[in-house]
Design a protein around this ligand. Structure first.
Ligand code: FCB
Length: 778
């Protein structure tokens, strides 16, 4: 197998689902489904009538497999009892059409469109629904079983149960954790009963499709490798159990994870259920779009989609995202497949969904969707890596063949390889479809990676210089109307400019903001996560498009500056690195509004948001003085950090006011270095009675060293830190510290940029830092 080819016989195809494409909701006796009343899918893609054309498209693409779902209410309009022959007839014709085209059908029996009649009788929280599902499965198999070999019972039962019955953002829109857990079990039971029925009826292979969103911390996603804190590791494990273990464990090992049992109880689980659910599984369908990014955050309330998730924050991460806002992390697919292979070595896998929502550029001679090509290409590389390492993956199905009705989001989402004009139902292959056809033909990727159009490509196409293209994109008047028109045509045809920026060609405003995250940044994970989250939501709420960009190399600095200079960005929120930062000043010189998190090292005109580091340190020191402590040491983090310098200044000034002088031990960032620093301080002054550390990690290390030296905290030695990180309240005794308002900083940053965008000269913001007294200095 060459480095870009897949194993012989690898299956290539696409996936769809009934409700999202069929339309014809009230045609030929179809009954209502829970989604009919929850969203308006109108005629969707009218695949019900246009399936011959859609099969023809798949044939042109050379696909070997098509995964579609059967609509339960089309086959059994009341969910139980009466069978609608016309409905079954449609799938019969579809299967024949596929087989004639040489395409293997993969049938999903339940892709979320529960008959409304069954919901009226209680839906999935009721056990009876599982029994009715098995009846329905039998009916479909009876009709199609002679030609369909592979049967997926369920699609993404976690989504059906927890978004439908827990969070209420999918049909039927209920919000009850208890109902969601019951629904999950009955979906699994439905799988077990249907699998059993189909197997007895002679079905060749049976599988289930699960959604996988590998659970990671922001640090793991952006690859700043470090060991997870205990709290973060626990947060990851909890979400992983709810989303994956809750389904995978019963299916493959006949048991629920302990935590799920704790949360859900077992009243609804009867003897024999788990044996049924864990019957043979021939194929596991893996749907992968994006990782689930979390970190521990004690004050966070539970997310109703994940009952029991209090204390866990779902984070936005500084990676590229799709139009859906889902982070693009192909490497997580490799991790996922490696893990499944390790933990379930016998199980055959198939990527049953992977794809992305991106805005396409529709032109007279084609539909440009380079982002989608890149997305699929990168995920195929990730998949290829796992296959090479031994993952048993039968095939890869793109979500989706057509632009379609994306559930609660409606028609705005574009996941198709094929563009659909919903007014005319006209289908047109996008560039990604043609590209995928080549992948299928070659059974792998081409040697050359598809290239994104650059300024050079546009210039070559329009027959002008790079500078001219740049001038046109900048909206400069010095270009003749003919040249301008030619450049704009090339831009459009190549799909060169991203959507927000394309608008700027007309309005000269992009409404695009970059949130630039420099790395490395020390000790501010929670703050970074909050800034990413709040800045994004405030600015998006104000109609801006926020792009997250990493500034970690000279090349990335160049790219960011180029985007600002060519007018593709209206503003920048910059989270600078530790130490000197040339980017802020260079950005400021472009005249584009820029705001900074944290006071810059060198005095600058760029406005920033910071906390009152000096004031916080002074408050901590005065608190120690008020207790009568006089032999106070200070453990000081890296002094090239402006925040550390300010904290040291605040401490020194407070001491001076009391007629004392600082007693300093220098340290780094870690607990170990805090411990070492305290040991040094004690060696220098055996009667030291208090210590202030410029960061909580250092203070936690100091607590450890104090205990090791036999000092009682706070009786012999009081300890105060700074930052109020999550671990501060969990030490023994709990650590006194200075709290910096995380959310307020993030909000202030967003507001500051908005005022700047409106042309107001809002200045820097310094927020108060408040002393939190706990046991270590009480
Ligand atoms: C999956 C669903 C599929 C589609 C994609 C985008 O969770 O199975 O129907 O909505 O997401």
């Amino acid at each position: 197998m060459s480095s870009t080819r897949f194993p012989e016989g690898f299956v290539w195809g696409v996936s769809t689902s009934a409700y999202q494409i069929e339309g014809a909701n009230a045609v030929d006796g179809r009954g209502p489904s829970i989604w009919d009343s929850f969203s308006d899918s109108r005629d969707a893609c009218d695949h019900y009538h246009r399936y011959p054309e859609d099969v023809r498209l798949m044939k042109e693409l050379g696909l070997g497999a098509y995964r579609f779902s059967v609509s339960w209410p089309r086959v059994m309009p009341e969910g139980a009892g009466r069978v609608n022959a016309a409905g079954l007839g449609f799938y019969d014709r579809l299967v024949d059409e596929l087989l004639t085209a040489g395409i293997t059908p993969y049938v999903t029996l339940y892709h979320w469109d529960l008959p409304q009649a069954l919901e009226d009788r209680g839906g999935w929280p009721e056990r009876d629904t599982a029994l009715r599902f098995a009846d329905y499965a039998r009916v479909v198999h009876e009709r199609l079983g002679d030609r369909v070999g592979t049967w997926f019972t369920l699609n993404e039962p976690w989504v059906a149960a927890f978004l439908g019955y827990g969070a209420g953002i999918h049909a039927p829109g209920r919000r009850s954790a208890a109902d969601a857990f019951r629904a999950a079990h009955h979906l699994l039971l439905g799988h077990g009963l249907a699998a059993d029925a189909l197997r007895s009826a002679g079905a060749r292979e049976i599988g289930a499709v699960l959604n996988f969103g590998p659970v990671m911390t922001p640090g793991q996603v952006i690859g700043s490798a470090r060991e997870l804190s205990e709290e973060d590791a626990a947060a990851v494990a909890r979400i992983d159990e709810l989303m994956h273990g809750q389904f995978l464990e019963p299916l493959t090992r006949g048991r629920y994870p302990d935590r799920v049992v704790e949360l859900a109880g077992t009243d609804h689980v009867r003897d024999g259920d788990l044996e049924l659910i864990s019957g043979p599984l021939d194929l596991l369908g893996v749907n992968y779009y994006a990782p689930t990014v979390v970190q521990a955050q004690p004050s966070e309330p539970a997310d109703p989609a994940y009952p029991g998730s209090d204390g866990i924050l779902f984070c936005t991460v500084p990676t590229a995202v799709t139009a859906m806002g889902w982070p693009i992390v192909p490497g997580a697919l490799t991790l996922l497949l490696d893990r499944l292979t390790r933990e379930h070595p016998g199980l055959e896998l198939m990527i049953t969904e992977n794809g992305a929502d991106f805005a396409d550029t529709v032109t007279g001679d084609g539909i440009r969707d380079m982002d989608r090509i890149h997305f699929i290409e990168e995920h195929l590389r990730a998949l290829r890596t796992s296959v090479e390492r031994g993952a048993r993956v039968r095939g890869y199905l793109v979500w989706s063949l057509l632009d379609n009705h994306e559930w609660a989001d409606g028609y705005q989402r574009k996941f198709g390889l094929v563009h659909v004009d919903f007014a005319t139902q006209k289908r047109r292959m996008k560039d990604s479809a043609l590209w995928y056809r080549d992948v299928v033909r070659r059974n792998g990727l081409g040697g050359d990676r598809p290239r994104r159009p650059t300024l050079e490509t546009v210039a070559a196409r329009a027959g002008v210089s790079r500078a001219t293209v740049s001038r046109v994109v900048n909206g400069e008047a010095s270009v003749s109307p003919e040249v301008r028109a030619g450049v704009l045509r090339a831009v459009r045809e190549l799909g060169y400019v991203p959507n927000a920026a394309a608008r700027s060609l007309v309005t000269r405003r992009t409404d695009a903001i970059a949130l630039v995250l420099a790395v490395p940044r020390q000790g501010g994970d929670a703050l970074t996560a909050a800034v990413v989250q709040y800045v994004t939501s405030v600015l998006e709420g104000a109609g801006k498009q926020v792009t997250l960009m990493l500034a970690d190399t000279a090349e990335s600095h160049r790219r960011i500056l180029e985007r600002v200079e060519t007018g593709l960005l209206d503003g920048v929120v910059l989270l600078p690195p530790d130490g000197p930062d040339p980017l802020a000043e260079r950005l400021a010189r472009t005249g584009t509004p820029v705001v900074l998190l944290g006071k810059p090292a060198v005095a600058s005109l760029v406005p920033y948001v910071d906390v009152d580091n000096a004031g916080g340190a002074a408050a901590a020191t005065e608190h120690l003085l008020r207790q009568g402590r006089r032999r106070i040491g200070v453990i000081c983090g890296p002094t090239d950090l402006v925040a550390v310098q300010d904290r040291l200044t605040g401490h020194r000034e407070a001491l001076e006011r009391a007629g004392l002088r600082p007693h300093l031990a220098l340290a780094g960032h870690t607990r170990e270095s805090g411990a070492e620093a305290l040991t040094r301080l004690l060696a220098e002054d055996d009667r030291l009675d208090a210590v202030f550390a410029t960061g909580d990690q250092l203070a936690i290390g100091a607590l450890r060293a104090a205990a090791a030296a036999g000092r009682r905290v706070p009786a012999d030695l009081a300890v105060v830190g700074f930052d109020d990180i999550d671990a501060a309240s969990a030490t023994t005794p709990p650590l006194s510290t200075v709290r910096t308002p995380v959310t307020d900083q993030a909000m202030a940053l967003a507001r500051l940029l908005l005022s700047r965008l409106e042309g107001r000269h809002a200045g820097s913001v310094v927020l108060p830092a408040r002393l939190v007294v706990r046991g270590s200095s009480a």
